[in-house]
Design a protein around this ligand. Sequence first.
Ligand SMILES: Nc1ncnc2c1ncn2[C@@H]1O[C@H](COP(=O)(O)OP(=O)(O)O)[C@@H](O)[C@H]1O
Ligand SMILES: [Mg+2]
Length: 267
Amino acid sequence: MACIAVINQKGGVGKTTSVVNLGAGLSLLGKRVLMVDLDPQAHLTYSVGIKAHELSKTVYHVFKGDISVPEAVIERPITVRLEFSKKSEMKGIFYILPSSLELSGAEFEFGGIAGREFLLKECLTEAGKFDYVFIDCPPSLGLLTLNALTTADEIYIPLQTEFLALQGISKLLETVNVVQRRLNQRIKLTGIIGTRFDGRKRLNREVVEKIKDYFGNAVFNTLVRENISLAEAPGFGKTIYEYRPDSYGSEDYFHLCLEIIERSKKN
Ligand SMILES: Nc1ncnc2c1ncn2[C@@H]1O[C@H](COP(=O)(O)OP(=O)(O)O)[C@@H](O)[C@H]1O
Ligand SMILES: [Mg+2]
């Protein structure tokens, strides 16, 4: 099992979009995938068509100890036809551990208890077997992100291929280092996802080079292009493969999934 925290304390860089479409894509490729929505804004939950505000069983209730993970997890089937992948119809099921606004009080509610950094890790031990677990982090380096970092073995950082892409990264890496030393020796930065790429812009190409200089092999070859369909799909509660199967976004995220599987074979 690969447990991957998708983090960047900057908002709007493509964390949630990446978790949804990597998770869904890997499920279409036959993998068993759990996506954990650790953001109180519940964007991931809403993005796949689940009304977070109507839920009474979420990751918050799991943290409180009221219910177990399997009681809160929601099954989400997906059927698509992707022209570019030659296959005819593809089917999958992915699993969501949903979030809710109540999680926004987590810092205060759970901040004072012993073992507060390990709430998620403890809960997930009873989650069942998955090939991939993706944790969608909130845009901060607070207690919730810390919980993701103690639980995961790998970190993916999405970076917008724009001016200031690397701003704040040293702070993020410093946090990862502290976690590595004190709380979770297994954690490793294994993936950098370049998002919102526009190959026509020189600046974008230059930023990608800079990112590659900084992170080397961790950078995925597949860049996710700027694509309006990716921004529209969540409003319909659909993954990109369901909303616009023939879009750049669909193609890019699917290729990224194939690259992830290739990498797992090598390790
Ligand atoms: N490649 C892309 N092209 C166009 N819009 C994108 C792309 N990736 C993300 N977006 C949009 O940008 C916004 C921020 O993305 P999101 O995944 O929510 O970021 P984060 O979770 O890091 O805050 C969302 O409206 C999303 O739909
Ligand atoms: Mg998000």
